[in-house]
Structure formats: C-alpha cells, structure tokens
Design a protein around this ligand. Structure first.
Ligand code: ATP
Length: 422
C-alpha cells in the first residue's frame, strides 16, 4: 500500500536502509507530531531544539563514543561473514550463516560511528562523524538554551532527528537499521532529585505509548542489570514491545547523571554548571533521558495494528491503527458513478482537503473492494455518498474496526471526523 520501500530498490537495494512511501511518511510524521505535541508544546518545562547532524569531532571524544561506542566483531573463516560476537549462536561457537563450528577468529572492537571528511582534504585533521545519537546536540547547547529561553532547572530539551550507526548485524526490517531517527529528551535536574524525575519520566513515557492505543499486554519495562548499563548511566529502563520476533526495546529511559555535562566541561574548557538564580547554588545538573527510536516505534504501531480476520465469510486485512496516527483519515466513495453522486463526493473531498483532513476519493471497483483497500491502508472512516444523499443530504460513515455505519448530515462530516482524530 505504500508504507515502506527498500532504499535504492532499482539497484537491488542497499543494506538495511528503507524509504517511507506516501502512507509511511504520513504515519511517521503523525507519530513525531504526537511526540512533539506531548513532550514540547503541551509543557512549559521542555524546550525544542534542532541541532545539526555534523558536530565538532571533539564532541564524540567527550561523549565517550570515539573510544567506547564499539561492538565486538568476529569473522567466520569459512564463509567470511562478520557477526557481533555477542549474538547467542556466535557466542556458542557456531556460524549463523554457514553453520561451521569454531571457525571464528579473535573478537575485535568495531566502532559503530560513520566517519567522513569535512572539506576537500581527506586527512585525519578533517574527520567528522555522522552523529550516532541526537543527545549530544542537546548537551552542547545546554547553556544556550538556559540563557535564551530563561528556563530554570528542572527543565528539559527535546529534539527529533536522524542518527547513524554502522551496525554489524542490522535486520528485522526497520527494527535495526544504519540510518534512523530518534526522538530524545534530556531533562536537567538538581543532583539528588534525579531518582524522582526518573520515575516520573518512566511513567509519562509509558503513558504516551498507551495513548497511541497500543495493546497494553504487549508493553513492558525492562530494567537494565549492572552488566547492561551503559558507561554513563546510573539506572536505565527499556520500554519493550512484544514484536512477532520477541520482546524488544524501542525506547530507553536513562539516568545519565552529570556524566555528559561534566565531560563537555572538561573537553571544551567551558563551564557547564548551572547557577540557581534564587539560591545562588552552583551545580552540574543530572540528566534523565528519554530516547525513543521513531522507526522502531513505527514498527510497533504497524505490528500492533496489523490483523487478518474474517468478515461475513470474507478474509480481510486490517491495519487497525489509532485514528490519530492513520495517514489517511477518511475515504470518500460515490456508491455509483451516476445520479450526481460523483459530484457530491468530489465536493466533500475538496472540503476535507480544505480542512486539512487527509482523505482519498475512490470511485473505482465494487464498494466491498474499496472498503478492503482502505482497511489495509488503515483508513479509519469511509464516507459513502448514496441514493439517499440527494434526497436528505446525508451520507454514511463506516467505522473500520466495528464496521458500524452511521448516517451523518453532509455538513457534519468534517466536525464528526475531527472529533475522532484528535
Ligand atoms: P540496541 O540495544 O537495540 O542496539 P541501544 O540500547 O543501543 O539499542 P539507545 O542507544 O538507547 O539504543 O537508543 C535509543 C533508541 O534508539 C532505541 O530504543 C531504539 O529505538 C533506537 N535505535 C537505536 N539503534 C537503532 C538502530 N540501529 N535502528 C533503529 N533504531 C535504533
């Protein structure tokens, strides 16, 4: 239906990179908008930011990525493929591709950052990295935001943007890719108030996912044990979803302590501390981070919404996603191509467009076929202009999930839909 295409498909595709098609881009945008609305616009203690992908290379020394952002990698001497040494089969000594046992050499550390050069000279002095996380753009701008937005701790900075990781074993469709988007928020608090803020953000983020209508029995927290904690973290919880391929993380909540600000202070020589304007207390704030993968969340939405079912003896495929997120909110059908029905449908469709409600006008094929196409695309409402419309100026609106049809007067269609897609 046009959700996701393989990148550069006409050339055979490129490894683990995907393009969002006409429906996919709308779904992704709606998901990011829902996040931005709740995390930035509806709060007065979080500011937005859009930092650049390319940053000063020292950023990544300070953050620990140059030295520490590595995965252990092994080569199979039989099939020559490379794997993460910590994959269960590999750790067990068997190659997941050719099945050979004990053919792995020594594990080597492999840095996951993409490296490139800034300017025309390709030498070490000009190395820059594609950012592997958006968070560092927030830390380096901490003082800029404090002074320009006149925020007081506790407050947060949020941004959505691309991140790149040269993953050794990407896969599971858009679950693990080399180019992806993150929606991250760093909340700055006074040391000592970090644990309370951590609990608050854990609950708030779970509430966000519930508000998207996801199946609650497929959502859970996974606390990180000491062996899983990142170098900067004091505590971390993943939010996991039960994908068809198992329970997996799609958002992380981390207590990053004052690690990042302190390191940037050390590497840049610039003060990163905060001075409380009322008490004159000086301290380096602790950071509670919420880090959601946009593409992974989109996969959650697709996996959660997809179902195949039987309706009146017919198989149907339904993408039962929340009307808030659905790319197309309403389809408009003239029942038949005569008796003025196409013209009324045309007018209704133009009115929906004017109201910025994404809609789709479809006059081809049987009404059943038209419903099925919209069910598959996830369109929550189908509006049909029929013989009665010319008599009493009403249309039917059919609900994707309950299949119920109601008659609504034509001039009420827009408010009726608006109320249900908020
Ligand atoms: P994983 O253990 O799966 O590699 P991570 O713990 O390294 O993930 P974080 O660094 O905490 O992930 O990143 C936060 C979020 O960014 C993840 O929850 C995930 O949704 C997303 N993310 C991270 N790496 C990728 C990737 N390669 N492809 C898609 N999304 C990713």
């Amino acid at each position: 239906r046009g959700y996701i295409f393989q990148s550069s498909e006409i050339y055979g595709g490129t490894g683990s990179v995907w393009d969002y098609g006409p429906l996919g881009v709308e779904l992704k945008r709606n998901l990011k908008d829902a996040w931005w609305r709740r995390m930035v616009r509806m709060r007065d203690d979080v500011e937005g930011l859009d930092a650049a992908i390319l940053m000063h290379p020292k950023t990544w020394e300070a953050s620990g990525h140059v030295d520490g952002f590595t995965d252990p990698l092994v080569d199979c001497s039989n099939c020559r493929r490379r794997f993460r040494a910590d994959l269960p089969e590999v750790a067990d000594g068997q190659c997941p591709v050719c099945g050979t046992r004990d053919a792995f050499g020594e594990a080597r550390q492999f840095n996951l950052m993409f490296k490139t050069f800034m300017g025309p000279v390709e030498e070490d002095a000009n190395v820059v990295y594609l950012r592997p996380e958006t968070a560092q753009g927030i830390f380096v701008n901490f003082q800029n935001v404090v002074t320009s937005a006149r925020q007081r701790v506790p407050f947060g900075i949020a941004q959505i943007g691309k991140a790149f990781r040269n993953e050794i074993t990407p896969g599971n469709f858009i679950f693990r890719t080399r180019e992806f988007e993150q929606a991250e928020m760093q909340f700055f608090v006074k040391p000592g108030e970090d644990e309370e803020a951590f609990e608050y953000w854990k609950a708030e983020r779970m509430q966000f996912h519930r508000s998207l209508g996801l199946d609650e029995s497929k959502l859970r927290f996974h606390p990180h044990g000491d062996d899983e904690l990142a170098h900067y973290a004091k505590a971390a919880f993943d939010i996991e979803y039960e994908f068809p391929f198992g329970w997996k993380e799609f958002e992380g909540i981390h207590n990053r302590t004052d690690f990042d600000l302190a390191r940037h202070e050390e590497y840049s020589g610039k003060r990163m501390e905060y001075i409380d304007p009322t008490t004159n207390d000086r301290y380096t704030p602790f950071v509670i981070e919420t880090s959601m993968g946009v593409d992974r969340s989109l996969l959650v939405v697709l996996a959660d919404g997809y179902r195949e079912e039987e309706v009146e003896g017919d198989e149907r495929v339904v993408l039962g996603i929340s009307p808030k997120l659905a790319p197309v909110k309403a389809a408009v059908f003239p029942l038949v191509k005569k008796d003025g029905m196409p013209e009324i449908a045309e007018k209704l469709s133009a009115a929906l467009r004017d109201a910025a409600i994404p809609s789709f006008l479809d006059a081809s094929g049987s009404i059943g076929r038209r419903y099925r196409r919209q069910d598959e695309a996830g369109t929550p409402f189908c509006v049909t202009v029929d013989g009665q419309t010319t008599d009493d100026d009403t249309v039917t609106i059919r609900d994707r999930d309950s299949l119920e049809q109601v008659r609504v007067s034509t001039d009420q269609v827009i408010p009726w839909i608006q109320e249900r897609i908020r």
